[in-house]
Design a protein around this ligand. Sequence first.
Ligand code: NAD
Length: 270
Amino acid sequence: MSNQILKGKKGIIFGAMDESSIAWKVAEQAHAEGAEILLTNVPVSIRMGKVSELAEKLGTEVIPADATSLEDLTLLLDKAREKYGKVDFVLHSIGMSLNVRKKKAYTDLNYDFLQKTYDISAVSFHKLMQLLYQKDLMNDWGSILALSYIAAQRTFSEYNDMAESKALLESYARSFGYHFGVKNKVRVNTISQSPTPTTAGSGVSGFDKMLTYGEIMSPLGNATAEECASYCIMMFSDYTRKVTMQNLFHDGGFSSMGVSNAVLNFFKES
Ligand SMILES: NC(=O)c1ccc[n+]([C@@H]2O[C@H](COP(=O)([O-])OP(=O)(O)OC[C@H]3O[C@@H](n4cnc5c(N)ncnc54)[C@H](O)[C@@H]3O)[C@@H](O)[C@H]2O)c1
């Protein structure tokens, strides 16, 4: 169902790799809602994933960019300027931890990997916003979003160094949200999403159990990737112009729960 709530808007979407990616669903819904979008991902994910198929389906193109590289980001944003003039929305849907990937425990972190984790998963958000700001690429009343997880606020034993990455990411949304708001009414927010079966999500140790735990703890159940995409679309639309500098939980109620009957029943003696 489409209401064309993004009709006439132009956006850049980072992080669509395959059909499971949250960014993939956002791209599909943004297109269905009338937006024009430019897709981007890191070259290795373009080669290994399916984003080129998505671009073809949506009648757009994929611009390769490593989001940690100011040079790549500059080329990408120059391309966006050439194509659209200014843009109305940007989605940062990027996360990767080398410590998680190499199965390093939180109590035995490799600090070179840690720097990479921060750079890819959080500092890239600042780099992107700084270039958007300096190049004056955002239209007035535009919307910038990044995706986060509740491990930024609470301890999740297996989330490893991604927890601090998400805390930093959310802080960048608040700090840059101030500067972008004053400059030209652009809002900056993070959406804190339920565990979702994607390539990045499934890389976290014990992911299936976290998925089940989220499902039985949340009164509305886990939010799916499609539902997350719908929330992103609303945040890109003109219906949310005064929402900024927020971390918005999109988790079926999980973040407000202590314990649910479903969890209690799990421990019931038979
Ligand atoms: N899946 C979950 O359970 C979950 C929950 C909450 C938040 N999130 C967040 O959602 C976002 C999207 O992840 P996803 O779950 O859709 O998984 P995904 O694996 O489909 O997406 C992650 C993307 O990050 C991209 N990426 C990695 N390094 C990059 C770099 N240097 N430059 C540019 N792009 C790079 C990958 O190519 C990939 O497309 C991430 O920020 C993730 O932390 C995911």
